[in-house]
Every structure is written in C-alpha cells, then in structure tokens.
Design a protein around this ligand. Structure first.
Ligand SMILES: [Zn+2]
Ligand SMILES: [Zn+2]
Length: 264
C-alpha cells in the first residue's frame, strides 16, 4: 500500500516521526510527504501563505534532512514531495523553483477561485447563483491550465469544487470531457483523494461522477492519496485507500513510476 498525499508540520500537517511509525504499523510500503507552498502574488493568497504557513518553498531543505534522518531506521520508503498551489500566471515562478529544488514528485492543486478558498464547508455560503456558476467555470479553467502546464506529476483532488455543499453537483459532462482531454495529452496523473469533506453527500472519494467515469472510460491511471493532516486522519483513511484499490476498476500508478518521471 502507498499514500502519496500526507502533510507534515512543515505546513499544516503532523509530526513526521509519528506518521512514519503509523505507516510501519498499518503497514504501508511507501508514504509521500507533500507540504503546501503558495507562490501566487495576490492579496488573498499572500495572506493565506503566511497565515496557514504554506511556505514550504522556503523550508523544503529542512524537511529533506528530516526524511533522510528518519529513512535510516525504517523499511517504509518515504518520498519527498510538495503540494503547490496553482493559478494561471504562476508557471514562470513554479518552473525554476521545481528545477532547483528537485523534489521526488510534485502535486499541483487549485485551491482558490473567484476570491474564495474552496475546501471549507461555508466557502460559497453567501455567493449568488451567478457567482457560483462563474466560480465553477473558473475552477475548471484553472485545473485544465494546471494539467496542460506539464509542471506536475500529480493533480490533486481534481473535482474539488464538489466538496462544498454550495457547489456540489455542479461539475458538468462538458467539464469532465475537457479535463479528461487534458489528462490524455499530459504526463500529469489525477489522484484518487479519500479526504471526506462533504460527508452528507455519501461520496467515498474524489473525483466523483461525472469526472470519475469519464476518466475511467478513457483508461486514465490514478495515484492514491489520503490528504491526511494528522496521524489520526492517516490511520482512519488507510482502509479507504485499500477499498479503492479493491473496488475501483482502474490502473493505479506505482509510486516508483511517479517519483521517477519528474521532468525537473
Ligand atoms: Zn489540496
Ligand atoms: Zn493536501
């Protein structure tokens, strides 16, 4: 088993040593640490960058030393990754940074659209119908650009817009086809993300339909990630990762393949 989407204290996650111990017990063969970085230069994201400690572009060398240290006394392979926020226009900053930092793999995420940070239950609570439509459109424009940028090994939680109650159900077949087209033409692989946000929807993991079935139909492979921000979440979501492997009729990419294909 593997999990390529785990956050440590180098952003908003948990103690790396405890995560490693939990991985040994569960057991996992490979775990990938990805901490958050934001390079987008606007007011909202600058505020988030410092407020949420999404400054891994400044601290990655320290975590790398910690991985090297912990790797000496475990058989669990620990990978050195990053979850980078993406907005159109960030490419010229992200590319040279990735080339210099040489992570084993990179994850790209669209977390913010239309001046709103998506993964909060109340994110679009006060938005009008028109604003919601625009936000969903913008989300998929940004996601398509992320995939086509060829900057990332993995695209995280690809139908993130589905996890808030106010934007749930807004992904259209046309969105799904556009995103599947982009994945077909890109080296970037979508992720199955088992983070439960909108429990009431009954969705076990993302992407949900229509995007999931469109990607499956075209035989697009996936990676697996829990998006755990704590040891408790990491433990609790491990059975869901196994369930996905059992139930989903899809190619699941090996971590060695992801960690070995980075173009930077
Ligand atoms: Zn994310
Ligand atoms: Zn994450």
């Amino acid at each position: 088993m593997y999990d390529l989407h785990i956050h440590t204290r180098y952003s908003d996650g948990d103690n790396m040593w405890m995560l490693k111990n939990a991985a040994e017990e569960l057991p996992f063969d490979t775990i990938g640490f990805v901490d958050h970085a934001i390079v987008t230069d606007d007011d909202l994201r600058t505020q988030q960058k410092y407020n949420l400690a999404h400054v891994f572009d400044k601290t990655y060398e320290y975590r790398r030393k910690a991985i090297e240290f912990h790797q000496q006394d475990t058989d669990v392979k620990m990978l050195d990754g990053i979850e980078m926020d993406f907005q159109i226009g960030d490419e010229s900053q992200i590319a040279p940074f990735f080339a210099e930092a040489e992570f084993e793999y990179t994850i790209g995420s669209v977390h913010t659209v239309h001046g709103t940070t998506i993964p909060y239950v109340d994110a679009f609570e006060h938005a009008s119908e028109e604003q919601i439509t625009e936000a969903v459109e913008e989300y998929y424009v940004q996601l398509e650009a992320l995939i086509r940028s060829e900057l990332f090994d993995i695209a995280a939680h690809v139908d993130l817009i589905e996890i808030t109650p106010h934007t749930y159900g807004r992904t259209s077949q046309e969105h799904a086809e556009r995103i599947a087209d982009a994945f077909e033409e890109s080296r970037t692989v979508p992720e199955i993300n088992v983070k439960p946000i909108l429990e009431s929807s009954g969705i076990k993991y993302h992407p949900d339909d229509p995007l999931r079935s469109e990607l499956l139909e075209r035989n697009i492979p996936f990676t697996l990630g829990s998006d755990a921000h704590s040891v408790e979440q990491f433990r609790a979501r491990a059975p869901k990762l196994e369930e996905v492997r059992r139930e989903l009729d899809a190619e699941i990419v090996d971590p060695e393949q992801i960690a070995g294909t980075s173009s930077t």
